[in-house]
Design a protein around this ligand. Structure first.
Ligand SMILES: Cc1cc2nc3c(=O)[nH]c(=O)nc-3n(C[C@H](O)[C@H](O)[C@H](O)COP(=O)(O)OP(=O)(O)OC[C@H]3O[C@@H](n4cnc5c(N)ncnc54)[C@H](O)[C@@H]3O)c2cc1C
Length: 251
């Protein structure tokens, strides 16, 4: 039986490492992560205000940046996340976010999906009858995939390059795999891009699975770099599912 995911797994793969130049020291105040310091350094360079005349903590400084809408300063800080336990339909929506993002996703042409996992659509979780109907379709699709790959490998026996032959078989057979097939994706984005995506996808208008992912990513990023994401508020919406709203829209 395949593995069934009921929530995503989010791993922070990379974060900024700030190396302050000795000839332009900043009068830092308060706590700050490397990503936050990098953004503050970039912002202060614009006005050569390294002496911190307003005596602002890093987090106050970045709060003001967000309030003023100087979002380009946030573009210096990039974070890479590994998302697992998410469906192909989720990533199809996610990769629409272009500006400031880079993606690398598991290839269904190269990777054997005979043992692929699946993501249970959140609206189905907790209802046994719905779950059974969904699961029967998913398992049937996977069995058809396995049979198609076998037959296509036979059909194209004359292709000498076995790697190429497998690719030909898998890229055709994947057509029967459902949107719920689990995938893995590495997503790199700058803090401004993450904010824009999270605003759209954690909202009540977003589809349940991507909304759940966005709320989970938001929690991870609030722990990672609070100054960039502290104006988001997570709440339980009228549909009894978590959503989030942003304080400073489209910085
Ligand atoms: C609730 C919801 C429902 C949706 N439903 C659908 C749907 O039914 N069908 C569908 O196709 N899509 C749908 N989408 C996807 C949506 O249309 C966008 O593709 C997606 O939200 C990414 O937004 P974006 O283009 O602003 O993001 P990004 O590509 O990250 O762009 C961010 C910002 O950069 C600027 N920008 C980026 N590229 C350009 C450009 N080429 N020219 C000028 N400015 C640019 C814009 O200001 C843009 O807002 C939906 C999205 C949401 C949140």
């Amino acid at each position: 039986m395949p593995h069934f995911y009921t929530e995503p797994t989010i791993t922070v793969l990379a974060r900024p490492q700030f190396a302050e130049p000795a000839h332009l020291p900043v009068q830092w105040m308060g706590e700050g992560t490397d990503g936050e310091r990098l953004a503050e350094f970039a912002g202060r360079l614009c006005y050569m205000s390294q002496k911190n005349p307003a005596s602002r903590t890093t987090r106050d400084y970045l709060e003001n940046i967000k309030k003023q809408g100087h979002g380009s300063v946030l573009e210096h800080a990039n974070y890479s996340l590994l998302l697992e336990g998410v469906s192909r339909s989720l990533t199809h929506e996610l990769v629409r976010h272009r500006a400031g993002f880079a993606y690398s996703q598991l290839s269904q042409r190269y990777v054997d999906e005979s043992d692929a996992a699946f993501v249970v659509p959140p609206a189905i979780i907790g209802d046994e009858a719905l779950r059974a109907a969904w699961q029967a379709q998913v398992e049937g699709a996977q069995a058809t995939y396995v049979a198609l790959v076998d037959r296509l490998m036979e059909r194209y026996q004359w292709v000498d390059d076995k790697v190429h032959r497998r690719k030909m078989a898998r890229e055709a057979a994947r057509g029967v795999l459902p949107n719920s097939t689990e995938t893995k994706i590495v997503v790199t984005g700058n803090a401004r891009a993450w904010r824009t995506m999270l605003e759209l996808r954690s909202s009540e208008a977003a589809e349940f699975e991507i909304r759940r992912m966005a709320v989970a990513v938001l929690r991870a990023m609030q722990a990672e770099a609070p100054a960039f994401f502290s104006d988001f508020e997570i709440y339980v919406a009228a549909d009894r599912v978590e959503a989030a709203r942003i304080g400073y829209h489209k910085v």
